[in-house]
Design a protein around this ligand. Structure first.
Ligand code: NDP
Length: 434
């Protein structure tokens, strides 16, 4: 804590990982050698930079840009860019740290990184968003590369923003690879990448439910958020027979006891992805119920899929979900549950998967996009989807392997942390003190 003052999210992520790793490290003391843990909690490189751009009124605006290159131990730095006013060094360091373990869990050769800016895309014109993206890349470009660091999207960075940044990257580098993943299909993107995080979260939850002999069929599901991850979690959950009854954003929650339908989801996608509107606009269009200023967790459900942002589900929310009989919580977002909430789920015997396991499908499919780009091919939708399912099933199996407790229960937290750690740590030990 003394080395990282004012970085609560980073300290929270490190605490959560170290608490679950410690008993394992005591049994395997080689992982405490060569300063391994001290090295692992220190990003290899942090780049912070000024982003200046001109708004529609001719005024100069200044934002702060970041790229955290956390670990290259098993492959190029890999992780998304977040554009949101809540972005700080602490938030991005926590995300880059988590990303390192998540990427190891996918079994693909990707290191960990994350970046972004405190720029708020809400209310900005398309021209302003493009100029900001170009200004951001005019500095970022010198730090990234297909074998160095491969950025992608995250909160506030979707296909449109990746397109603008990849375009600027191409112009500055005079190279067609344009480095980013999550690109449009017409210039090197992968089928299924937009769907991958949401689909993958549901694939993972399916595996969790199987351990109790259950399926999604007929289960009530709450989803938080209404962005990229949330939308495709809703789509896949519906497809496997669940009744999805909530979505949300930072202004409140839509509660729809009749459940989502493909038609309603199409309206949500139109409102969020093309009109850049709010879930309240969606509620108005569909005649569904909107509750301002509340989160979805008071609604009784069998499965909860938090897909918005960090620390959006606290101990009180966990207690409410448990009281209402929740069976399974699988995180689509990164660290949406506080440490206390996560502990409460495990103590109550709820099937609980941390984001680094259950939301790894997005980055895994980004890894598949890198492979397709390297071989200058595009794989069919079915092939990418089948590989995604296989990777998520594999991560689930790794969690069972490393997360089994003496009483026969499974801690997905321990399983994901230990499985991810072992791969990164073995690579670091083999490569010496660097
Ligand atoms: P989007 O920008 O598409 O959507 C984000 C959603 O979360 C919006 O509904 C947004 O609401 C809500 N949200 C964001 N910040 C807050 C906040 N401070 N309080 C309440 N709600 C908030 O992002 P994604 O769907 O891509 O990302 C969602 C989560 O999933 C993040 O944690 C991200 O790191 C994680 N993730 C994303 C992956 C991907 O492939 N995209 C991969 C793995 C993890 P509003 O519009 O009101 O801000």
């Amino acid at each position: 804590a003394d080395r990282n003052p004012g970085q609560p999210e980073f300290l929270q992520a490190v605490t959560e990982v170290m608490e679950s790793l410690w008993p394992f490290i005591e049994r395997h003391p080689k992982y405490a050698e060569q300063g391994l843990l001290d090295r692992l909690v220190e990003p290899e490189r942090v780049v912070m930079f000024r982003v200046s751009w001109v708004d529609d009124h001719g005024q100069v605006q200044v934002n702060r840009g970041y790229r955290i290159q956390h670990s290259m131990a098993i492959g190029p730095y890999k992780g998304g860019l977040r554009f949101h006013p809540s972005v700080t060094l602490s938030v991005l360091k926590f995300l880059a740290f988590e990303q390192t373990f998540k990427n190891a869990l996918t079994t693909l050769p990707m290191g960990g990184g994350k970046g972004g800016s405190d720029f708020d895309p809400k209310g900005k014109s398309p021209g302003e968003v493009m100029r900001f993206c170009q200004a951001f890349v005019s500095e970022l470009f010198r730090h990234v590369g297909a074998d160095t660091d491969v950025p992608a999207g995250d909160i506030g960075v979707g296909g449109r923003e990746v397109g603008y940044m990849a375009g600027m990257m191409k112009k500055l580098s005079n190279r067609a690879d344009c480095v980013f993943t999550g690109k449009g299909l017409s210039f090197g993107g992968s089928l299924i990448r937009p769907e991958a995080t949401g689909y993958g979260t549901v694939y993972f939850a399916q595996e969790m439910l199987k351990t109790r002999g259950r399926s999604f069929d007929g289960l009530r599901v709450s989803v938080s958020g209404s962005g990229n991850v949330a939308q495709y979690a809703v789509e896949k959950a519906m497809a496997v027979g669940a009744k999805v009854i909530t979505v949300s954003d930072s202004s409140g929650t839509v509660i729809d006891m009749d459940g989502f339908t493909p038609e309603k989801l199409a309206v949500l996608m139109e409102v969020k992805n093309h009109l850049y509107g709010r879930v309240s606009d969606y509620a108005q269009r569909t005649g569904t119920h909107f509750e301002a200023g509340v989160r979805p967790w008071h609604v009784p459900v069998d499965v909860a899929l938090p897909c918005a942002t960090q620390n959006e589900l606290d101990a009180d929310d966990a207690a409410t979900l448990i009281r209402n009989g929740v069976l399974c919580v699988a995180e689509g977002a990164n660290m949406p549950s506080t440490i206390e909430a996560a502990k409460a789920f495990e103590a109550a015997g709820v099937l609980y998967a941390p984001g680094k396991a259950s939301n790894a499908g997005g980055v895994a499919t980004s890894g598949l996009e890198m492979s397709q780009n390297a071989e200058r091919m595009g794989w069919p939708r079915e092939e990418v989807d089948a590989r995604l399912l296989q990777i998520m099933t594999g991560i689930h199996a790794a969690c069972l392997r490393y997360g089994a407790r003496a009483d026969g229960s499974i801690s997905y937290v321990d399983g994901a942390n230990i499985a991810g750690f072992v791969k990164v740590a073995d690579a670091m030990l083999a490569q010496g003190v660097i």
